[in-house]
Design a binder for this molecule. Structure first.
Ligand SMILES: Nc1ncnc2c1ncn2[C@@H]1O[C@H](COP(=O)(O)OP(=O)(O)OP(=O)(O)O)[C@@H](O)[C@H]1O
Ligand SMILES: [Mg+2]
Length: 489
């Protein structure tokens, strides 16, 4: 749906007063898709565009729009900018501070909301909104976004129902936002998805939905550069990952990423140097085989099969990930169903079948909680596990040691290119804001957990690229590591 003349008039009404969209903002505001994400870098005029977009339908009496930020202090900055914009465009509009809502002369309303905790989404239960906007979407979880999407319903006749978001790379939502909007298609092109919706009578229908990513950077916001010529200089002196994310909108490198050493380089899938991802190959019969498992029901479960060569190098050769297709949403299989699928794979996969398999799982699956444990239910199907060591930081370090490249540019953990969920989720893990040494468990960390348990079964001595500076001749550990064919580099 292109913007109609009447709709542009409303924006123009504002522009006559104080605001007119800059070209990239206009490109975003002209989109017709159900969902659109704008941004990718700092200072591109994201918040202004969001505020202007929310205003589009305020001449319709029943219209209710809502704009979110994660925290109240962040929201205040947005509200204060709305005081300038909305007041100028609609002098008769009133802002109610306690309810955080603008009331327009027609009766239309624009709310401001924040969701610091996951459960805060329920504060918006039962209320329809024609327009839902998220400023800085990567600060939210996908479940919060999806919940509000279910509240994105018409409030009356004649309103357009849609969602808009802005974001920078990084943050707890980096992974799912990137997957949903950024990596699925070339920017500025429409992504179509089919979703199953349950009607009130229980029957299911398929609906087609559309979304798009409109990238922008600070260079698209001449107004900001005019007012603050040093803005770019300030971004330019930031650490590399942060600079690439904030200045250029680079979604592959951002501050807070845990496995910054991760490399997926298709040019080296065959020679296996300086890449963690490699082409699958037929594995020699004698290599040990492990099966890692992290249980999940409404969140994905994860099963990974690993083989270990005679030097201790590990290969993730196969995965079974219980995800619906939407990141971090589980398929809700029972323990029996998961076990049956595991059996099927283990009796058919050429690299697995007919061999002794060591099963290692999250110790939580042994809990009985008044009934049969998940582990027992799976054992009945012939799938057995031992309790994994879930010491968190030690497990994370084991993954770092395994990812480190040795002097031949080879890591101690390779991933078959067919393990697409491992490849998708591991680079998106970010640090926790309070427990800064550990992974933020709000991210999609199920595959990481399962891999960590297997790594802990086969621990390596410390192995970091930074140790390259150590003179191996004088390193007392040298003896030990060389015997095991582990190298400090
Ligand atoms: N169309 C416009 N007309 C006038 N000023 C604008 C326009 N768009 C943005 N600006 C101004 O440029 C500055 C940065 O814009 P804005 O805050 O919207 O960017 P942002 O992408 O949200 O930045 P950040 O990443 O810091 O949140 C603000 O002072 C804003 O008012
Ligand atoms: Mg902003």
């Amino acid at each position: 749906m292109k913007m109609t003349g009447k709709q542009w008039l409303k924006v123009a009404k504002m522009s006559n007063v104080i605001w007119t969209p800059q070209p990239r903002q206009r490109a975003f505001m002209e989109r017709w898709e159900d969902e659109a994400l704008y941004g990718g870098a700092a200072g591109g005029g994201k918040s202004d565009a969001m505020l202007a977009e929310a205003l589009r339908q305020v001449d319709i009496k029943s219209y209710r729009g809502i704009v979110f930020r994660q925290t109240y202090p962040q929201l205040e900055a947005l509200i204060s900018r709305s005081m300038e914009l909305y007041k100028a465009a609609y002098p008769k509009a009133r802002y109610n501070e306690s309810k955080k809502v603008w009331l327009f002369p027609s009766g239309a309303k624009i709310f401001f909301g924040y969701m610091l905790h996951e459960k805060d989404k329920y504060n918006y239960q039962g209320k329809p909104y024609d327009f839902v906007g998220f400023d800085e979407l990567t600060q939210f979880t996908m479940t919060q976004y999806e919940y509000l999407r279910s509240r994105n319903r018409p409030t009356g006749p004649g309103t357009r129902v849609y969602m808009r978001a802005t974001a920078n790379p990084g943050g707890v939502g980096h992974g799912w936002v990137k997957e949903r909007f950024v990596s699925r298609a070339v920017p500025n092109t429409t992504i179509y998805t089919r979703e199953t919706v349950t009607k009130p009578d229980g029957s299911k229908i398929k609906v087609k939905t559309s979304r798009i990513f409109i990238p922008s950077t600070v260079f698209d916001n001449p107004k900001l550069l005019e007012n603050d010529p040093h803005y770019i200089a300030r971004l330019a002196i930031m650490p590399e990952a942060e600079r690439n994310a904030l200045l250029y909108g680079d979604w592959d490198s951002f501050s807070g990423q845990v496995f910054t050493e991760w490399v997926n380089d298709p040019k080296h899938y065959e020679d296996r140097t300086r890449t963690h991802v490699i082409s699958p190959f037929r594995i020699p019969a004698g290599w040990k085989i492990y099966r890692g498992f992290d249980w999940g029901y409404s969140k994905p479960f994860s099963v990974g099969w690993y083989r270990i060569d005679y030097s201790g190098r590990m290969y993730r050769i196969r995965e079974l990930y219980g995800c619906t297709g939407e990141p971090d949403v589980g398929v809700k299989w029972t323990a029996q169903e998961v076990a049956k699928k595991i059996r099927e794979i283990e009796t058919t996969d050429e690299n697995i079948k007919g061999r002794k398999i060591f099963g290692i799982a999250d110790p939580a699956i042994f809990a009985e909680n008044g009934g049969e444990s998940i582990a027992d239910m799976m054992a009945k199907e012939g799938v057995f596990f031992d309790k994994g060591d879930h010491t968190r930081i030690a497990g994370k370090m084991q993954m770092h040691y395994r990812f480190a490249f040795d002097e031949e540019e080879r890591p101690m953990l390779y991933i078959f290119s067919t393990c697409k969920h491992f490849i998708r989720t591991i680079p998106t893990l970010v640090y926790d804001e309070t427990d800064v040494e550990d992974i933020n468990t709000k991210t999609e960390d199920h595959i990481y957990d399962e891999c960590r348990y297997v790594c802990m079964e086969n621990p390596l001595p410390p192995r970091e690229n930074i140790l390259k500076k150590i003179d191996l001749g004088e390193d007392p550990l040298n003896q030990r590591v060389q015997n095991k064919r582990y190298y400090f580099i």
